[in-house]
Structures are given as C-alpha cells and as structure tokens.
Design a protein around this ligand. Sequence first.
Ligand SMILES: [Zn+2]
Ligand SMILES: [Zn+2]
Length: 339
Amino acid sequence: MDFLILFLIYLAVCLFCMVVAIKFSRQSQEFFTRISHYIILVIGPVIPRWLQLAVQLTLHRFVHQRNSFFLVLHLLLEVAVYGEYSWEVYPYCMELRFGHSILLLPYILLLGKMYFFYLCCSRDPGTISPSNHKQLLKVYTYDGILYHQAHICPTCELTKPARSKHCRVCNRCVHRFDHHCVWVNNCIGALNIRYFLLYLVTLSGMAAAVGTVTVRFLVQVALLSNLHQAMYVNADGEHVPVGILYIVQKLFLTFPRILFMLGFTFLIFFLLAGYTAFHFYLLMTNQTSNEWYKHKNSYQCHMDNSRPDKCMQGNTYHRGYLRNVKEIISPETQQKKVR
Ligand SMILES: [Zn+2]
Ligand SMILES: [Zn+2]
C-alpha cells in the first residue's frame, strides 16, 4: 500500500504544480519578479554583489524576454512519455498482439502535433507594423468598452487597432491578440490562432491515445494473470476477493515506470482537454483570452459595484457561430470593418 500512497502523493504534487503554472501563466512576469526579489533578499547578505547582479540580469532576461525554457521543457516531457511508451508499452502490446493501428496512433498524432507546434512557434501572429497598420485599423470597429479610438501604443508609437494589444514579452503590438504562450515562445494572434487550436487538439489527442493504449495493456495484463480473481485471507481466516486497490498496487509494483507515465498522461490530458474546450468556447463566441479575462474582471466589478465606470456590457464581436469560425480559419486583415 505504501507505493499506492506514494503514487497518489505524486499525482497530487503534479496536479498542484500544473494548477500553479496555469494560475501564474497570465501574471508570470509579476510572479517571477516577486520570486527573484525574495531570492535576492534571502541570499543578499552572503552572496557577492557581482553575483547578485548576474542573477538579477539572468532572471530579468528569463522573465521579460522571449526565451526557450518552457519550449525545451515541453519537448523533454514529450521525450520522456514517448520514450517510456516506445521502450516498454509498445513491445509488451506487440507481444499481446494489439492492432498496429491503435499502437501507431500516438506516433501519427505526434507528427501532426509537431507540425502545428512548428507553425505556432514560427508563424507571425499578426505583428502590427507601419506598413500594415492602416489596413488593420479598418478590420474591427472600436467597441467603446475594451477598445477606444485614438489609443496610441507608447512603445510602437502607432494607433492601436481594435482588438490589438502590446505584448510586453515580444515588445510588439499584435493584431487580435489572444495571449503570449510560453510553451511555444510566441504570441497567439489573428494569424496563428488556427494553428494553436490544432496544436491543442493534437496534443490532447496524443495524451488520450497514449493513455488509452496503456490502460488497455494494464487491463489485459490483469485479466491474463487472473489478478481480478485473486483472494487473500483476512484476520478471521476467511478467503476474501482482493479489491481494485490491490490490483493497482500489484501493477504499480510490476510496472512502476509505466504507472508513473500513465498518471502524468492522465493529468496532462484533463488539463489540456479543459484548456482546449475553453479555447473552442472562445472560438464560438468570437472572443480572445485577453477579452474574456477583461470581461470576467468587469463582471466582478459589476458584482461589487465599486467601479461602475469600469463595468462593461459584454462581447460585441460575436457574429454568429459560422462566421466566428470562418474568422479564425481565414483571419480578417484588410476587409471592411466588422462587428
Ligand atoms: Zn505596441
Ligand atoms: Zn508575445
């Protein structure tokens, strides 16, 4: 039972880390700046000044500039999961004569994911420049709620088109700005949001496919070894059938790496599936993450009624589900103004 408890602790820690990562992904700059401040405060008295400056400079670069840390971490996690899948699960499943199509599905999804991942990382999200600025001003009307006429970006020194936002990490204004994604090290905007959605779908599909094959393998092992029919002798000397916890524990002791990989895959799948569903909701209602976040804050403001001047009425860019989807597939960059 010790191993089962350890496994549950492992799941809880993973879940906690994921929630913290998501919670602070929007306010990552403020969060990491605060962390670096506390680190310097603690280590300051015993660390030479030149080393403190070096640490501060490194953290500043890490937080305020585009960097590949999360991109590399993301690839390393994939290597770990697919390494375990290829090293143990796949050969065992071959021995058990699983169909080739189900065993190869995770690899096919991986290829698709890598393609959309590359597009998300490399394609321009819709950078606003002096050359396309006038065109983009005509695409969306100012709703007078989130977006107002004559707002000039102090960094780019250009009038902000409606639905655009300046990304502090990339230091540029982006057309129909959604968010800055640390996992692809790029902004998500009008021109790459479609790739981002397909990236999320294939990534969720990968986790689901690896998880499904692995669960099927473990169930097959349990059935073949008659684990479900095993008995134990209780304190009264009676023969009692073992429960599901015993079976999980037995599998955990026999295939520890596979069970760890499966636990991680489950967590990733539920987080990704939720996040993907959220982005499809935004797609259907023609909102960006940035707009949804501001509308949510506006709703809270409305509830406490402390700043009525800041309260907003809602999303004005919803144009019907089909037209909303079309706008993502074929982004508006120079058409007439739309609402
Ligand atoms: Zn700007
Ligand atoms: Zn950015």
